[in-house]
Each structure stands twice: as C-alpha cells, then as structure tokens.
Design a protein around this ligand. Sequence first.
Ligand code: 6R9
Length: 659
Amino acid sequence: MTAEGPTELKTYLPSAAAMAGAHVQGMAAYDALCAEAEADYAGYWARHARELLTWKTPFTQVLDDSNAPFFKWFADGTLNASVNCLDRNVERGLGDKTAIIFEADGGEVTRTTYSQLLARTCQIANGLRSLGVQKGDRVIIYISMSIDGVAAMQACARIGATHSVVFGGFSAQSLRDRIEDTGAVAVITADHQVRGGKQLPLKSIVDEALAMPGCGSVKNVLVVKRSGADIAMTAGRDQWMADVADRQPTTCEPEWVGAEHPLFLLYTSGSTGKPKGVQHSTGGYLLHAALTTKLTFDLKPDDVFWCTADIGWVTGHTYITYGPLALGGTEIVFEGVPTYPDAGRFWKMIQDHKVSIFYTAPTAIRSLIKAAEANDKVHPKSYDLSSLRILGSVGEPINPAAWEWYHLHVGGGRCPIVDTFWQTETGGHMITPLPGATPLVPGSCTLPFPGIQAAVVDETGKDVPNGQGGILVVKKPWPSMIRTIWGDPERFKKSYYPDDFKGQYYLAGDGAIRDAKTGYFTITGRIDDVLNVSGHRMGTMEIESALVSCTELVAEAAVVGRPDDTTGEAICAFVVLKRPRPTGDEAKAIAKQLRDWVGKEIGPIAKPKDIRFGDNLPKTRSGKIMRRLLRSLAKGEAITQDTSTLENPAILDQLGENL
Ligand code: 6R9
C-alpha cells in the first residue's frame, strides 16, 4: 500500500499483491458490479443466490415487495442453512478440510474438519429432535465460544428451529426477558465459561432465569460440559449434552425450509423500551453472509480467517457461524480474551495459526495499542505476522490514529483494512471497502457494498449534497435485511420504515457524511438514544430503567454517553436518590452498589462508568430532562447552550462537580 495526498485525507491504494487474484480486482470491477445491480436489481441478487447457495427447490421469485416494508426474498425457494454450510462442503470434497481451529482460553487447540462438524451438528440436531424440538420452535443458546456453540446453531438450522443466542455476559434477568419474548422450548448452555483464566457460571444463571416468572415454555435444558465442576441439575428438565447427543447417529435428515423461514432472532438495543428481537430469514441472510465473506474479505480456499467476535453478537453469527462455513473456509474460534495471558494473545494466535484474514473491533485495537506501547513484549513487532493479508474492523467508527497503527504494526503496512459498517438489522456488510479494489481513507467505511443503495438524506428524505451531514438510509430492500421485530411488527415499521420517509427508506439510526470529492461515507454516530460502548449497543433507556428499578435507592436517573479513548463511548448516569445527595466515600459506595445492580439487571457491559448524584436533574418547565446539557456535563464541557428554558439552572453546577 502506498500513501498519497495530504495527511488529513491520506489515501491508500490497493497494492498489486492485494489485487492479485482478488475476487473484485480494481474499481472498474467494483463499478461493474454496481452497474449490474443498477440495471437489474432483482437479477443481480438472483445471480448471486444461484451461484453461492444450494437450493432444494429453486426460487422463481426474487424480491416480493407487495407487503412493504415486510419484504420477501426468494420466497418460493427452499433450502437448509446447515446443508449449505456443511453437507455441501463435504460433498464437494472438503470433508477432511479443517473447518474450525478452536483455541481454548488456556491455549489448547482442537481442529474440526467439515465432516466432523457435520457429524456433530447432526448429533445435536437428532438430540434436539429426540426431545421433541421441531421446525419453528425457538431455542435459546447461552454459551461461550466453542465448537459445540457453533454446532448448536447449525443444529437448530438443520431442524428448522429458530435459534436465539444470548451473549454469555448477559444477566439472568436479561436471559429471562429473551426466553419469555421468544417463547423458547429449550435452552442450550454449558456448566461454565472460561475466560481470562477465570471460570464463570452459565448454568446457574440459566437456573436463576428459569426460576423467574415467564419461562414456562422451556421444557429442556441441555448442558455442555466445560468446567466439569459440580452444578445443580433439575431432574426432568436438565440433561448433559453428551447424554443427549453423543449416542445419536451422525447423519440427520435436514428440514427443508422456505427462504423466508426465520433462521434466528437476535436481540439488540433500540432507543426506547426493551431490546428488540431482530428476525432474520434463511435464504436472503445466508446469501449476504456468503457474498460479503467472499467479496469483503476476499476469502480463498487457503485462507485462515479469524473473526474475534463472540457468537452472541451478530458479527459472530454472520462471520463465524454462517459466512465462512458457507464458503468452505477455515476459521479460528477463540474462547478467551485478547489480554490473557497477556495483551500479545491475538498476535501470538495470528502467528501460531498463520491467520491470513483478521477481523476485530476498534475498541480491542485501542486497548492493545495502549498495552503494546507500554510493553514491547506484547507489541505486534515481537511476533511474526507475515501470514496476514487482510485486516477488518467492525462495531464502531475506527479513529484514524488507531487505523494507522493497525495498518502499520499489525498489517506491516501491506494489508488493506476493510472498515465494515453494518448492523444487527442488516445481517451483513452494508458500506465497506473491497480489499482488491477500493482506495482506503482511514476513518471512512468508503463505499456501499455492490447492490446496497445507501444514501444520506435530510429529515424529509431528500438527498443532501456530499460534504453535508445527514441521516443514513438504505433506499432499496436487500436480501439480508431484518424481516420484522419478533412479535412486534408495528415497532419494526416505526423503527426502520418511519413515515418521515413515507415508509420508503430503511432508517439505519446512524448519521453519516459523504466526502465532497470522493463520495466516501463516514459514519458520524447514532442519531438516537443508543450508545456504542466497546462496540456493544446499549439503549440509554434500558440502563435508566435498570437504575430506577432499584426502587429502594433511586428516584430518577438519566443516562447519556460521553467519548472515551478506549471504549469509544462510556456510559454516564445522573442519578437522583430517594435520600439526601451523598458525597465523598459514601457517594463512591452507593455508585458501586448501583453499578453492581445494573450488572445484575442487564449484564456487566451495561455498568455505568460514571455515576453522578444530584438533588434533581436539569429539566424544562414542562418537565423534560435536557439531555444535551447532561451530555455536555458528562464530557466536562462548559455549558454554552441556551439554558433559559431550564426550570432549575443551579442544578448544573451541582451535577458538574466531580465525585
Ligand atoms: C455489526 C454491528 C450497529 C451499530 C451501527 C453503528 C455502529 C458498526 C461500524 C459502526 C462506524 C463501522 N457501527 N460498524 N460505526 N463504523 N464500521 O456492530 O452491529 O451491534 O447492531 O451495532 O454499530 O452505530 O448502527 P450492532
């Protein structure tokens, strides 16, 4: 890669090496794909769907927009996602190829071939069927990174059950909410998870959740043995995965499902209320998972692909469980954390496994930069990273300084970085460079994936000129888009196809600006009350309701985000207690108590970093909390905004005080 132009807009052109043999070589090839989609939108997606997926019954319809915005894709086609990811690869001679290189927290490595992964998936699928789990049933998966975790997802897909993976860091309460909302019939979990040398409970949290009201739908709990430590098992409900699956046949007749059959539900935070169950389809979703893995990561047969996300997030679904396997790739599944046993873990694993494509989050990069700058031993330069050819970034904007460091020190200055913008709702990449084509500009996710009609508009839906910021929308439906919010189609419409744009455009919830000259997109952040903390989406309202549910202590709470060097954004809570405002050590003790409370209500990722106590919150005379003032206070900025509508201006000084 070579740098050109003034430093503020440095452009990195794809090197000859990055272009050589790339699936999309050069901008002319990118433009040709876009032109193909422009000329015949349905035909473009249909071509890819025929080339990349194996259909039991070929589709004759492509896009059905007769009930917009509830779009359907390939609706009369039938297929099975696990057949596409596993059987198909075995049938084309890849049975002995390594599908997954699993590295445990402590460093033990297990390799699983496509034949083995298929066999294990079939055993779990047969096990689920033996318990009566059927097509259309929902199954909750609450497990850490493991081969059985991936196989369990594939097994659900095989029998047409809809999986809903809950990240292992969520609390019993959050798990309960998801169990109730999905009406799941079974939960797949493990005794414990092991991360950073620590053993953390999973099964006991499932027990706690199932003891709460609303979980009556769950008939079976399957427990994978990880720690082997003693755990409680409820007779008639709980069984070891080994007892249910290990003696099952290693073949399993797949359930052929329509392309629109819900493959999974994944809960994510919105700006209001409780998390939404984003519903994804089978055909359209799998198509985009495979197509983006192929073009954005330029995945080839000899690559070793590593996406560091957890299968509890959408990135782990699309770029661990489905995309790389649908293409017959070899991938890493990592149980642990980037800082254990030391902050060189990622670099050591890249070296050991000769990883060629590495996909991680800016927050991880930023924390590893800090560690590397403090200690040469965990600096990427102390490892042989010459196997790398492509780097990726996801989850939040990557700041140019972190981009440059990643490019130079991890990628040796030769690997393109694909900064992939997308969302749980979009199923796969939306705006992203293609590594053998797109000139890169640090901090910009560059251009839409071919076929994706991303645009920046104003509040009325009119295009804004390049160089002016606006609202990010997608003008045409695409195959892997969210189908609905589980059980709440009205909320789906209101959240994503609001009347402001006459219900025509998909509203991403982010702001964006296109460069005046190049048209490149830069994401400017959420335009709703959603925070992005270490790449995890958190609704401010969710955290506020968790705080006020501590009824003993809390009278009122308002949560805002503030910029943070490592985590991107940090959660800052302003709290009014039911007792006099505490100061000093007492304030610290209560803040800790509230943090723990939020950890229990939602999960550790939702714990506010800052908690400030006030006698009141800044409110307008009509009683509305003035959040923009709280945002300034959280940042430590002087208040320059107009405060004339404020009922109680003196409160600003009090809330501005540091703890
Ligand atoms: C895949 C994923 C989605 C939100 C999204 C945006 C932010 C994701 C980004 C990015 C800038 C990128 N986001 N990728 N912002 N550049 N490359 O992260 O899904 O957890 O649903 O989050 O994350 O704000 O709206 P999800």
